[in-house]
Design a protein around this ligand. Structure first.
Ligand code: SF4
Ligand code: SF4
Length: 197
């Protein structure tokens, strides 16, 4: 005769005392475990619009479109496989996070299963070209701290965030002058400003 293993016996006694592991959902609310990977959600305040989550999403559930002066990020829950890569690779760590919410079934439109956020682009003071989302550059400048003063664009972003520098009017340039180096410039204009001034 084979005796039951001690581990199985322990589990059987625990189940007898505590009741079954299964829950009565949907008749009763179900609370998932703490590290359960449920609905991913964007957090407007912590997302800087870098697009890293869009690049790593294996199911292509995150879409990124640059329309005029805005970057639009959309997460589609009907395509999400809840892998958690977006959260793991988010540069701020909090821009998109998986919640414990799992009951996502709907009889409504697919649009109800989408969440969209928009981030405004910073544009070059000289040519009007998009550089990167404003929040992303400000985040980089803040992270660099005093080191950001070695880059004129980052320094101006940092100071504008503190209301210590004014946003300049867009001035289309034929010729760059030395003073143009202290402006928010796209890489092409910065190269020209450095070479020609
Ligand atoms: S959890 Fe995975 S599949 Fe879902 S949006 Fe994030 S990266 Fe994409
Ligand atoms: S900050 Fe995070 S959530 Fe926002 S775009 Fe970048 S990776 Fe995605």
């Amino acid at each position: 005769m084979r005796y039951p293993k001690l581990r199985e016996l322990k589990e059987a006694i625990k189940a007898l005392i505590k009741g079954p592991y299964t829950s009565k959902f949907p008749y009763e609310p179900h609370k998932p475990y703490e590290r359960f990977r449920g609905k991913p959600e964007f957090y407007e305040k912590d997302c800087v619009g870098c697009g890293a989550c869009f690049q790593v999403c294996p199911a292509k559930a995150i879409d990124m479109q640059d329309v005029r002066n805005k970057r639009i990020l959309t997460v589609s829950l009907d395509m999400c496989i809840f892998c958690g890569q977006c959260q793991a690779n988010c540069i701020t760590g909090k821009g998109i996070m998986l919640s414990n919410e799992f009951d996502l079934a709907t009889t409504g439109k697919r649009g109800e299963l989408r969440q969209t956020i928009e981030k405004e682009f910073a544009i070059c003071d000289c040519c009007g070209e998009k550089i990167a989302p404003y929040d992303q550059i400000s985040w980089v400048a803040k992270r660099l701290g005093p080191l950001c003063f070695s880059n004129a664009s980052l320094m101006l972003f940092y100071l504008r965030n503190l209301d210590l520098a004014l946003k300049e009017e867009l001035l289309p340039k034929e010729e760059f002058m030395r003073s143009d180096r202290i402006r928010v410039l796209c890489p092409r204009c910065r190269r020209e400003a450095v070479l020609k001034s």
